[in-house]
Design a protein around this ligand. Structure first.
Ligand code: ZN
Length: 353
């Protein structure tokens, strides 16, 4: 099969389109014929490498995929017998991998599993004609959802839902600041925060993106290139009789984190799921203890989170925003677009078949 492979970390040139053996599904695994690949910042990190972190190179990247069931490993077909899934069925793939046996997994906290991993990060992903996934990671794809939309879902939408619900427990009427409103996870978080009844303030880097986040439901938009978000928040939060925001979603990291903490009210919560500008930040702890702040970390979520997200989409409460689709041959360009923040929502790469 054709597959994009990374043998060593680096720039776009390390992604090589190669001929690889078509993988065979093992026990309780399924082979998926890839129809669409959603691109995430995680894929950029896998390509570039992360200091102090070891990825299992060489590997096929691609954490978010959707496609059709192509073949079954031992026991997998029987495991799906009572579902509607069979060979050829369109599926959404939960990209979170875990053991499915430990206390964390059995209590629905798969992201706390000692064996937690993500497709395309800890094992071969979906930037190929075929990918192998555990049978328990499949969710039927509703007929109203395209393959591109299904591939744009798992990492950003599950991460956003898990952050807003189980991590910071966002409540109606609360003020939430969501950074980088045009990013995949923020496009999801803005819509979810509105569904949960919060007031949404978001930051963007262009007037074009400002109009788009407004259309998604953001109540206030700050262009971070024109003004400092802390100064702008001082004009917004008094309208709600508050001295700051209740919750901040910060996946930018070193460029924003300290100001994000300053933006919080007493008892405020910050949740981080990434650090696109850098992960090392010096924090003044006085800010944390005097203001009784809490900081939550979040990596993806549970399979139940994905199922809830799929339901919200089916109910029309949530939209999947696909900025553009590129052909399979342009996979490295898709990562470039993401890295250079030229995307609003998601960029999806079409599968070969
Ligand atoms: Zn486990």
């Amino acid at each position: 099969m054709k597959a994009w492979r990374i043998e060593k970390h680096g720039g776009p040139e390390v992604l090589k389109l190669t001929e690889a053996p078509t993988p065979e599904p093992g026990p309780m695994q399924v082979r998926i014929r890839v129809q669409a690949i959603g691109v995430n910042h995680l894929d950029v990190w896998v390509r570039k490498g992360v200091p102090g972190h070891k990825f299992p190179l060489p590997m096929i990247p691609g954490c978010d995929v959707s496609g059709e069931i192509d073949s079954f490993g031992a026991g997998a077909e029987a495991a799906l017998q009572k579902s509607d899934l069979k060979k050829g069925s369109p599926v959404i793939v939960n990209s979170a991998l875990s053991c499915d046996r430990c206390e964390a997994c059995l209590s629905g906290n798969q992201f706390l599993c000692a064996e937690f991993g993500i497709l395309g990060e800890t094992q071969d992903g979906g930037a190929a004609e075929y990918v192998i996934v555990p049978v328990s990671n499949l969710i039927p794809r509703p007929s109203s959802m395209t393959a591109a939309e299904a591939a744009a879902l798992p990492v950003p939408y599950v991460t956003a839902w898990s952050m807003l619900t189980r991590k910071v427990n966002l409540r109606p009427g609360e003020l939430i600041l969501i950074h980088a409103g045009g990013s995949g996870v923020s496009v999801a978080a803005i819509q979810m925060a509105k569904t949960l009844g919060a007031v949404v303030i978001t930051t963007v880097g262009s007037a074009e993106k400002a109009a788009k986040v407004k259309a998604l439901g953001a109540d206030h938009v700050i262009n971070y290139r024109d003004s400092n978000f802390i100064q702008e928040l001082k004009k917004i939060t008094p309208q709600y009789h508050k001295k700051g925001v209740d919750v901040v979603v910060d996946h930018v990291g070193s460029d924003t984190l300290n100001d994000s903490l300053k933006a919080l009210v007493r008892g405020g919560r910050l949740v981080t799921c990434g650090a696109t500008s850098g992960a090392e930040v010096a924090i003044n702890l006085k800010l944390i203890f005097f203001k009784n702040l809490s900081i939550h970390g979040s990596t993806m979520g549970s399979k139940a989170d994905l199922m809830e997200v799929v339901d919200l989409i089916a109910q029309g409460k949530l939209k999947v925003v696909v900025d553009r689709e590129l052909p399979f041959e342009k996979y490295p360009n898709a990562l470039d677009l993401l890295e250079n923040r030229q995307i609003f929502g998601k960029v999806v790469v079409t599968g070969l078949r």
